[in-house]
Design a binder for this molecule. Structure first.
Ligand SMILES: [Zn+2]
Length: 209
């Protein structure tokens, strides 16, 4: 992966992004100095017939190109197969797109595209995180043993709360309620159990879930 000397990669919100074109494909472009060298090396080929010994021909061109790049202080960041492709394409008259062309024409669009790609990825990650969290919560609730409140705790709570709803004080449809739900780590002891009437209990359930 080429990162240094590589305008194709952008850093946004701590993420490296490869520049994409309008079809979402990575933008293929090369530094201007490199394209200049390629043009220079291939200039001598103009008007010549198609090379007969293609292997030694491409080796020579690669050597010449590498020498020229080195003499101009351009870091050799291309591997042989990339150079070979570009040399053969140049022989057919197809040159790589220059960075300056892309940067000049579509700089604002490119920046937006990069930001969009990063934000979209972050969004997708957030969604994934929430879904995993929901699954894990569900598992935890299912795994929580539904032990009944012991008889002596019920007795104690009933007497402590005087047979009334701890919220509204009414005496009808009373239920034993876990102040902190068992699924969230609450215990079956009197400190965590209270008397609630049915409607206060439902109202509390709606807030918690
Ligand atoms: Zn109540």
């Amino acid at each position: 992966m080429r990162l240094s000397h590589e305008p194709k990669y952008w850093l946004y919100r701590n993420r490296f992004v490869l520049e994409l074109d309008e079809d979402g494909e990575p933008v293929e472009s090369e530094p201007d100095e490199f394209v200049d060298c390629l043009v220079e090396v291939m200039a001598v080929e103009k008007g010549k017939p198609w090379p007969s010994d293609s292997f030694s021909w491409e080796q020579e061109r690669i050597e010449t190109l590498n020498k020229l790049l080195t003499s101009r202080g351009i870091p050799l960041q291309w591997d042989r197969s990339e150079l070979r492709d570009m040399i053969w394409n140049a022989r057919r008259g197809i040159l790589p797109t220059r960075h300056c062309v892309l940067a000049g024409h579509r700089s604002e669009e490119l920046v937006l595209r990069v930001k969009h790609a990063v934000l979209r990825e972050e969004n997708a990650l957030d969604k994934l995180r929430r879904e995993v969290e929901a699954f894990e919560n569900f598992e935890r609730i299912r795994a929580t043993p539904r032990e009944p409140i012991p008889e002596h705790v019920r007795m104690f709570v009933w007497q402590r709360d005087r047979g009334r709803c701890a919220k509204c004080g009414c005496q009808e449809r009373l239920e034993f309620d876990h102040i902190i739900p068992l699924a969230k780590g609450g215990s079956n002891t009197e400190r965590n159990v209270q008397l609630l009437c049915e409607s206060c209990n439902r109202a509390k359930g709606a807030i918690i879930s």
